[in-house]
Design a protein around this ligand. Structure first.
Ligand code: PLP
Length: 385
């Protein structure tokens, strides 16, 4: 019997297991030395000054929105083609979310459409934007930063799909997704289908020291601890002070140990993802299968490998018959009942909706074998129109 082939999966090795069991024998199960170590190593990998590890990617988004002061009077713009958490984080803080349509080639926020949207209303209407490096395609954050500065907007880069991805800036330099040079804050997820698996986990990266400190405080209830000059009073060594309403969004040491071990293999995994993508690209060229081959100026991180076909449902079902579990990314967020109830409707974002009609994500993960990929390709070609 052929093994099931999912669209994405984790790769847990003997070293990963050892790293976790070692922590279990030490003093700290939650907040301990592995948290700091993971943060430092992750910041180094991404190229940011600071990193804050949190419970999951959604918690990371929520804390970012809080740290940037999103509230009932805030209006924030994001893309409809993303996981709903990219939009929900604004709602958690009571703010309003608006959507702006995608670039049909990169399937990320179209900067020209965004500019038109900003130009159509008085400056100050919007507070921030949340671009998403969809599927691992690196958004040109330099261009978005220029636009954001013009309109006084902050940027949260949702880089969940793109650790290790990069674009080329106007000086010809590689800029890694989430490196903090352009976006105020960036977030990552360590859900098992993402590049680095912790089970659950997330990370926020930034180059802004004030935001960094705020995030640390919000991650742990909003509490200020001994040794912090922000303490208003100090009754003794036991004393800590609740200064703001935060959450328990901490990540256990156990999971950080797994994250550190996974991070050491990230580049190798990324290389394999790119090789898998190259093969799909080459074979699907000049067939019924529409691919999204990236420009040579970007390093795609390939969390997903998305194709478009004219008979998507048929293909999805045919692959399923063969135990190839492709997936759809994403049902446009603005068409979800929750966001419809807030005033959005089908027809608002024609390019996102057009993309959704034909998109399907094929198996893409480092341990996908050549033989498995060949089988996927054979089945896709056989069943696509
Ligand atoms: C996975 C993901 C998230 C949320 O991450 P969790 O760790 O599952 O909470 C947010 N945004 C995008 C684009 C994602 O893919």
């Amino acid at each position: 019997m052929r093994k099931a082939i999912p669209y994405g999966r984790q790769n847990i090795t003997a070293e990963d297991i050892q790293a976790v069991t070692e922590v279990l024998q030490h003093d700290y199960l939650t907040t301990g030395p592995k948290v700091n170590e993971f943060e430092t190593k992750f910041a180094e990998y991404i190229g940011s000054k600071y990193a804050v590890a949190v419970a999951n990617g959604t918690a990371a988004l929520h804390l970012c929105a809080m740290a940037l002061g999103v509230n009932e009077s805030s209006k924030v713009i994001t893309t409809p083609i993303t996981f709903s958490a990219s939009a929900n984080c604004v709602r958690y803080c009571g703010g309003q979310v608006e959507f702006s349509d995608i670039d049909r080639e990169t399937i990320t926020l179209d900067i020209n459409k965004l500019r038109e949207k900003l130009e159509a209303v008085p400056k100050g209407t919007y507070e921030g934007i949340i671009p998403v490096d969809f599927a691992g395609y690196p958004v040109n954050m330099e261009a978005f930063k220029t636009l954001a500065d013009e309109y006084g907007l902050w940027i949260i880069e949702d880089a969940c799909h793109a650790p290790g991805g990069w674009f080329t800036d106007s000086k010809g330099e590689k800029q890694h997704c989430g490196n903090g040079n352009f976006a105020d804050l960036a977030i990552f997820s360590f859900h098992p289908v993402k590049h680095i698996a912790c089970g659950e986990g997330g990370m926020i990266t930034t180059n802004d020291e004030a935001l960094y400190k705020k995030l640390l405080q919000l991650r742990s209830h909003g509490m200020v601890y001994q040794g912090d000059d922000k303490l208003v009073e100090n009754h003794g060594r036991w004393y800590m002070e609740l200064q703001e309403l935060g959450y328990n969004y901490r990540i256990p040491d156990i999971l950080c140990a797994l994250g550190i071990s996974q991070l050491a293999k990230a580049e190798k995994g990324l290389k394999r993802r790119r090789a898998i993508a190259k093969k799909y690209d080459e074979i699907f060229e000049n067939t019924n299968v529409r691919t999204h081959v990236p420009e040579v100026t970007v390093g795609h991180a390939y969390h997903l490998y998305v194709i478009e076909v004219s008979n998507r449902k048929e293909l999805y079902d045919a692959l399923r018959e063969q135990k190839i579990y492709a997936q759809i990314h994403y049902v446009p967020v603005h068409t979800m009942p929750y966001y419809k109830a807030l005033g959005n409707q089908k027809g608002d974002m024609p390019l996102s909706e057009d993309y959704y009609e034909g998109c399907i994500s094929l198996p893409m993960y480092p341990t996908l074998t050549d033989e498995e990929q060949d089988f996927v390709i054979e089945q896709v070609l056989k069943h696509s129109k």
